[in-house]
Design a binder for this molecule. Structure first.
Ligand SMILES: *[C@@H]1O[C@H](CO)[C@@H](O)[C@H](O)[C@H]1NC(C)=O
Length: 382
């Protein structure tokens, strides 16, 4: 069922099921609306819900819809499992805190328009997985998991994005993914967020330390709808395009790899400007008819390094590149284009100059939270 080669058939049947259960009046708009479960996807992560610490200054997500950006998925971030019995926060606050009132009010509007709204768990702040969602042996622990399950169900979310940046046995993602699939059913979206180099290697991943390719070859791995690769922070070897190609050469189907980008220079190292991103998208779409799409981390300051005044403008520019009339473009551009090497964060570049491997340096810098000296220590100790 989750084997990539059957995915188009599964999608077609899902569509037919939906179509036949709807009255004709509902059927007509659904035929003209883009099938949002198809590729490419245009995904926006959102972690900042209020601009600059002001509770009044709510950052609405509705322009993503109303400005016709082409958005297909919104991923709210980051959920943390802090303790047992539903001790969960969305960043620093309980999901039912008033801080999120407007967000939860907007989610159904996005969903009614066909945008899937998901929740990312984990990420840069560690501790949600090791010893909480998973025991040390990698079994799902109900006292932590059940609070997550009920939160996802209470807010009627469409999917979960597992961003595991702490060391866990491979049994952890395997058991979690199987459990989520079992509890939420076939239509629920399960994604993971490896760094770019995790997708190009067969060895240990940068943070989880399990092999994503071995994981993906397992039954649970095939239950993951797609991977939101982190194509930034020094984990990109060569250009974006080369790094994406290397993941495909490593055995992933393009429809299961989304190219995740930092939305601005504030959001992480390895920012790439819109012009180069758009050229990369065009090249990858020429190369792979089933290119998985693009995600941005994170929304509030998207486009600020590209001179854009509002975050949705970045998303819309990407949407135009992804969904613009592809057939009209000159298909003689199919040949590979010159590759650029994206800028690396200064700290990583410095460590590379000192003779360290780039990916190892990028990993050390993230683990050290940007502290160069601490990163050096991690590199020499490993
Ligand atoms: C939630 O867990 C944290 C530890 O991560 C603890 O400090 C806090 O007291 C817990 N809160 C509740 C309500 O149990």
């Amino acid at each position: 069922m989750y084997n990539a080669s059957f995915a188009p058939f599964a999608a077609a049947f899902a569509f037919l099921n939906t179509a036949f259960s709807l009255p004709v009046t509902d059927l007509i708009p659904s035929l003209v609306t883009r099938n949002r479960e198809s590729v490419p996807r245009l995904i926006q992560y959102v972690q900042t819900f209020h601009t600059i610490n002001s509770e009044d200054n709510y950052l609405s997500l509705l322009p993503l819809l109303n400005q016709d950006t082409g958005i297909t998925h919104v991923i709210l971030a980051a959920m943390h499992i802090n303790g047992p019995d539903g001790n969960i926060t969305l960043n620093d606050d309980s999901p039912d805190s008033g801080v999120f009132d407007q967000t939860w009010a907007e989610v159904p509007t996005l969903q009614e328009a066909g945008v899937k709204v998901m929740m990312m768990v984990g990420g840069y702040a560690q501790g949600s997985y090791d010893g909480r969602l998973c025991s040390k042996a990698g079994d799902v622990q109900d006292e932590y998991y059940l609070g997550l399950e009920s939160t996802l169900k209470y807010y009627n979310l469409d999917g979960i994005d597992l961003d595991i940046e702490e060391v866990v046995p491979m049994a952890c993602p395997k058991n979690l993914v199987k459990r989520i699939r079992q509890d939420f059913g076939e239509d629920f979206i399960i994604t993971m967020a490896p760094v770019a180099s995790d997708l190009t290697s067969t060895g240990r991943s940068a943070f989880g330390r399990f092999s994503y390719s071995a994981f993906d070859a397992s039954q649970a791995g095939q239950m993951v709808n797609w991977y939101n690769g982190q194509y930034y922070s020094g984990f990109v070897r060569g250009s974006l395009e080369e790094s994406y190609e290397a993941a495909i050469d490593n055995g992933y189907s393009p429809e299961r790899v989304v190219m995740g980008l930092v939305n601005s220079e504030n959001d992480g190292g390895g920012f790439v400007g819109l012009d180069e991103v758009i050229e990369t998208i065009e090249n990858l779409q020429d190369e792979y008819r089933n290119f998985g799409g693009v995600d941005g981390w994170e929304y509030y300051d998207a486009g600020s390094s590209d001179g854009l005044a509002r975050p949705w403008m970045w998303t819309k520019r990407i949407g135009k590149a992804l969904f613009g009339d592809h057939s009209k473009r000159d298909i003689t551009r199919r040949s590979r284009h010159p590759h650029h090497t994206p800028a690396r964060p200064a700290g990583v570049a410095k460590l590379v100059k000192e003779g360290h491997d780039q990916i190892a340096a990028a990993r050390a810098m993230r683990l050290a939270k940007g502290d160069e000296e601490a990163a050096r220590k991690i590199l020499t100790e490993s």
